[in-house]
Design a protein around this ligand. Sequence first.
Ligand SMILES: [Zn+2]
Length: 1088
Amino acid sequence: MPPPQKPTPKKAPALPDHKTIAAQFAAAKRAKEEEDTADTPPPTAPPAPIEQQLQSTARERRRANLEAARKKAYQSRWAWTAGFWVWLLCVHAAGIAYFTSGFLLTRLVLEEKSACDAPPTANITSASTSSSGGSPRELLLPAWEGKGTVDGGCWHPRTFERAVVVVIDALRYDFTVPVGDGEAFHDAFPFLWETAVRAPERAFLRPFIADPPTSTLQRLKGLTTGTLPTFVDVGSSFSGTAIEEDNLLMQLRDAGKRLVHLGDDTWESLFPGYFEGNLSRAYDSFNVWDLHTVDNGVIEHIFPLMDRKSEWDLVIGHCLGVDHAGHRYGPNHPEMTKKLRQMDGFIRDLAATMDDKTVLIVMGDHGMDSKGDHGGESDDEVEAALWMYSPKGIFGRTKPEYVTPPATAKIRPVNQIDLVPTLALMMGIPIPFNNLGRPIEEAFAGAAGNSWANLAAAERMTAAGIKRYQTSYFTARGIEQSSAPGSPGELWDKAEALISKGKKQDWNAIFVAFAAYQEETLHKCKALWARFDLKNMVMGIGIMALGVVALIVYVSQGEDDDAIDDEEMDAAEKSLELQGVKPDATAALSNALEKRLVKAASLGALPVFIGGVISSFVSGAGDWYRGSGLAALTSIAAVLVSMYEVQETALKVVPKTIWGWMAVVFTVSQSIGFASNSYTIWEDSILLFFITTFGFVAALSALRLPPGADRYLAIYHSVVFVLLGRLASFSKLCREEQMPYCTSTYYASATSSTSAPWQLIIPFLGALILPSIIKAYLQPSRSYEGLAPAWIGYVFRTGLFISALYWVLDAADNGNWIPGLPDKTLKNISVYTAQMVLGLALVAGTTAFMWAPPCVSIITSASPSQPTKAQVAILGYANAHGARYLLLPLNLLAACILLSKPMGAGALALMAWQMLALLEVLDLNNLTTSPIGPIMLAVLGTFHFFKTGHQAVLSSIQWDSAFIPLFTIRYPYSPFVVALNTFAGQILATAAVPLLVLWKAGPKRKRLLEAVSRALGVFVAYFAVESLATMAWTGYLRRHLMLYRVFNPRFMVAAVVLLVVDLVGIVVSLAGVRCNTMAIGDVFGWAE
Ligand SMILES: [Zn+2]
């Protein structure tokens, strides 16, 4: 809509650069000044022309000097502000590191190894042995041929010479039993069940329960060492390190056995140099896009080995197709059916090649959740399957009803660590020293199911090993053994006493007694390793809490006089400065705040930290970080003292308006809520409630505005804000604990991780509508000018459109829509498409943002009153800061939209719209300096974390997003991409924080940097309080049943989000503001 009062608008070129606009602006200003001097005749006689000329050049020079000085002062202020934020990031990192180091499970790794000729039963002295005149071991089992050698069996008679172990990654138990509900993942792999039912002496099938965390690396450690994982290891899932502890493969290798490995290369990194190089084949394990390479490789290379059984003793085949199908599509997909059928055929063929000397073991290392992912400890994730097969026919059941495999994983499950003693005893090697598992009944019960002596002997040998380990562990840690009723010590004595009853002994009872001992010891060990270092935890919480106090005091500094927008004052100040008078003292003092704080922080921290480094160097302990906790505390204290000197009152911290109170209530009630598991589970719904409440109160408050357009606009934007939140809440990804009161809509179905075809329309709608919405928010302030139309209308829209196309290509690839196409064609096209969008958004976008002139246009038109004179208007002047800065979060938005699934793209588009509505609501209600703005942005960011298909559980990390712009895992890109996918909501909100200050701010607005830093402070305070609260509650509830399911994952999310928000705040928000202010200052002169 052209302005009616300007008859012939002559627009400047579409994309003017800085110089053009600056020149136009300067010319216009000069014209105005000349006009002014002409209008007001000078009181005294005009000076001589030369004198006048000299005077004006001198003034120009002084003006230029002043501009340069202001620019320099700004740059130094910015550096000190950034320094303050870097310090805060360090404080947060220190607090989190201290807390986690005290919280995570720790287990002392013992160096001892089991030896063939030293069975753990050898030096057990009990009263029974003397009376019966022999060693109790012989009472259980008569001596066997080759006893004490690997060929005969070190500790137990050997059953098999060779073993073939096939790991089918993520083989959930229900995939292997008849269910009959027609799901794609059921009844496609019947071979295991069939054999167990048809020939129970040849095969058995049981649920196989993993200890969390359910990542393959952790599981392989448990499956070979027989011990429990420590939670802290989960982070190293990307880079497996060699296992140093005693384990099955080490025992086999040391006994001279030849090991062959095929498939998942995690084995190679855990057991480097163990495998026969000429027979083994390792394949990349992280390419979840690829369902077939690893499996086909295993199948291709395993069958030739079966014809040459004399060349190896153990073959491990690790198939990844089922796991990858789960990650890529979710279980409920035709590809999963195909994959399970393929595995069925593979195991069928492999079983046919077995002989009496070889045992075939098929197992899943973990399960998968309803969308095909894993990592946490929900039932679906820990319930895998275990199947053993041998034509020798030695497997037995102690009860007839055990012949049919359990219908669900809740019945008769075995622990995954139980495989370790079972396989060791079957193959004649010693049980690894650290083992805590027990022998699996079926493998030792004999075909008739009544070999109780054999069972009892195996159980006692294993229990003796556990006892030896436990004694060794307790000695190493200086823990007293207990012999109280029910303690492992007492259970052991009871079991040993049963043996001493001589010939009337009941093997069954002995077996049960030792099993009880094993179970209780395992329980004790779990509790023991879950010991917490309270000192470190309290230290972490203390650092965090003091950090929050410092942040709150910081944000309450002088918020009243921030962001001054007064042209007259600016002019007055400038003329004073031109005359050589220094600017007022208060401004200088306030400007120096960050500088003072950074200096105080360094003074407080460095001596302690350096002292710690020196003392660790002197003691040679290598823990250079030992002083960091104390250093963090002293530096916060120094900062607080320094702020107290400036402000001298704590009363400003108390909110004075309803908005301030609302900000406090939203933040604090969240923090209290994290103490309850149901609150934590339903967090997404509660955030929606906050959003609605804010919109409702804002609409009510708008009624107090004077009647007119502003009032209606304020109500309109408040309503839009609420409605969009409601719309976004349609996108849901439920966590297991929300069932059955929640329906997932994020994917095609609850058991899928691909999008439904109709969802593919959402990104196209986004491309169509979102740029127009943004335009509509820029037009009222006339700031859809300069670079904005080209960038938002074309580049941004094109980016969104291409990413919508990406998801169509992806769906076509997943659904095999074009059957004739060569393999990987669609994948190739889609990866390059995605790279193009990311290049456009992040590389071109950042460059454009850095060099873009302000989004203004200078219009010169004939003055209506004096047609000979030109009249100058600057379009977009009033929103010069905001409109230009907006381009930065938009670039990030484009990247995040590409990296989120179609539903997530829709949620993020709604979030962008909500943020713009929020800016208008705040502006119209005069709330731009209120803490409610940053807090609502933080709430929005967290809300959309949930709406983009995430939950505060490990398994909701969308690892497959790493493959959107890449074919394989590449550092540092892959973690960066996954982070952008996971924290898109919070990252966008952080990038948008400066808009709270810059929106509708003209070029002459002063002290924007300070105002932005304060707003960022409030915003970060929300996340800091959240992580402090989750930290405190996790520490307090550390013995709670739901610790690892609910509280710990929530703390981990809060901690990572805080660090991400700190980092993005520095490298995007603050850096963006600097860039923006420089661009505006270069054109309009320096206001700061
Ligand atoms: Zn996996």
